[in-house]
Design a protein around this ligand. Structure first.
Ligand SMILES: [Zn+2]
Length: 428
């Protein structure tokens, strides 16, 4: 199966634009890039005026929570979680997780996301959604462990890591929930298991100011980053969900294997404040996150990073947060996932987006990065999405039955609502 894109404009992961080039895809990878390429055995697609880019990456999702999109609005973060979300979420059934994840996969592909990093319970159901829709998922099986014993869930997570070690579309990792939902001993136990299995970890760190204050109170002045560091969490590849309230003293604990998955839409919506994220952005690795549609209402890398730029600029810093910098945050996640993706180079996985910017939203195009970052509607402007050389979206349509996904997810949502909130003993 070969595809030859003719006369395309290419935007690479750094934001450099090259015009009028051909790109050949064969056996799932980029086989050649050049002028006047010719292949009789390839499907030829004319890309005159189109822009081909690496796919987007969303680095901190809770895909099953797509089932809760819009369920709790206009509440603060404590009430959002403790009064609104968790009482429903704690009663989720397997089919809610599966259809929620599948709805998220469909939405992500529609928005040009070719790979995501997820953090949730029952990772095998999310993996199934990846395999059925064709998207790449780095899935961290979530573990709580404040009671001191996490052996049952750790055994399930370990089995998941072993089962998916060599999967084509899924990369497993360990997902301790956070230093506030796992005791230090449990955190260390999970990290030790990750080291033994040769996988990374993905966890929440310093999401709110209250979490940092409580951590200092409970752990002799230690911030959440220091608690994670004590457990060896930064010895392995580590995806930090948020890190919004990172402090200067935390910078010494993190390293090149650590990436912050940031979700500014969630922070603004739940009134979580500005934190140190913007201040220290040049000293940390940043990639676009999402936090799931329950708190951010969509999984859209462009919306998240557009907001990151606007919040960075708003207080007399219009020259900062340049188009190229923001574009690189949108691409950065690829470096931290094992999918051989994210570059327009020979041998790299053919995980690609094709943009049509000749639309009322985006024309005229003086600068394609400006058109994409500040004007585009990804679900409309991204006409085609390819993962491992296969189209998962073609000519504006998803390559699988989206109607069934919407119907099944909506039916699950009705049952969730009918089951009601109930009472939960867990308090975040
Ligand atoms: Zn999260």
């Amino acid at each position: 199966m070969k595809t030859l894109f003719k006369n395309a404009n290419l935007i690479d992961e750094t934001g450099e634009v090259k015009t009028n080039l051909d790109l050949l895809v064969a056996d799932g990878v980029i086989a050649d890039i050049g002028e006047n390429l010719c292949r009789d055995d390839a499907e030829v697609i004319d890309c005159t005026d189109r822009f081909i880019t690496p796919g987007f990456v969303s680095m901190h999702c809770h895909t099953p929570m797509n089932i809760f999109k819009g369920i709790a609005e206009d509440v603060n973060i404590d009430d959002w979680f403790n009064k609104e979300l968790w009482p429903y979420e704690s009663k989720m059934q397997d089919e809610d997780i599966y259809w929620g994840a599948k709805l998220a996969c469909a939405e992500m592909i529609n928005n040009g996301v070719t790979a995501f990093a997820d953090h949730y319970f029952k990772g095998h159901l999310i993996a199934q959604a990846c395999e059925e829709t064709g998207i790449k998922g780095d899935i961290a099986w979530t573990i709580f462990g404040f009671g001191g014993d996490c052996s049952e869930e750790l055994a399930r997570a370990t089995k998941f890591c072993e089962d998916y070690k060599n999967a084509e579309l899924v990369n497993p990792r360990m997902g301790p929930h956070s230093p506030y939902m796992c005791s230090p001993a449990v955190l260390k136990e999970i990290v030790d298991k990750a080291k033994e299995l040769g996988v990374g970890i993905h966890l929440h760190v310093s999401e709110t100011k209250a979490q940092v204050d409580t951590s200092k109170e409970l752990h002799g002045g230690k911030t959440p980053f220091e608690v994670v560091n004590d457990a060896g969490g930064f010895d392995v590849p580590c995806i930090v969900g948020h890190g919004l309230w990172v402090e200067e003293e935390d910078l010494k604990y993190i390293n090149e294997k650590t990436v912050f998955a940031v979700s500014p839409k969630t922070y603004t919506k739940l009134g979580m404040g500005a934190g140190g994220l913007w201040t220290y952005k040049d000293k940390i690795n940043i990639a676009s996150g999402n936090d799931g549609s329950a708190s951010s209402n969509s999984i859209d890398v462009v919306k998240q990073m557009r907001m990151f730029a606007l919040l960075g600029k708003w207080d007399d810093n219009a020259e900062g947060f340049t188009l190229k910098e923001i574009w690189q945050y949108m691409m950065n996640g690829h470096k931290y996932l094992n999918f051989n993706s994210g570059k327009l180079q020979k041998g790299c996985a053919a995980d690609l987006n094709i943009f049509n910017l000749n639309t009322v939203a985006t024309a005229p195009v003086y600068n394609p990065l400006a058109a994409i970052i500040y004007s585009s509607v990804p679900s409309v402007n991204i006409t085609d999405v390819m993962i491992n050389g296969k189209f998962v979206k073609r000519n504006g349509k998803l390559a699988f039955d989206e109607k069934e996904i919407v119907e099944k997810a909506s039916a699950c949502a009705k049952e969730i609502y009918a089951r009601g909130r109930g009472v939960t003993k867990l308090y975040f």
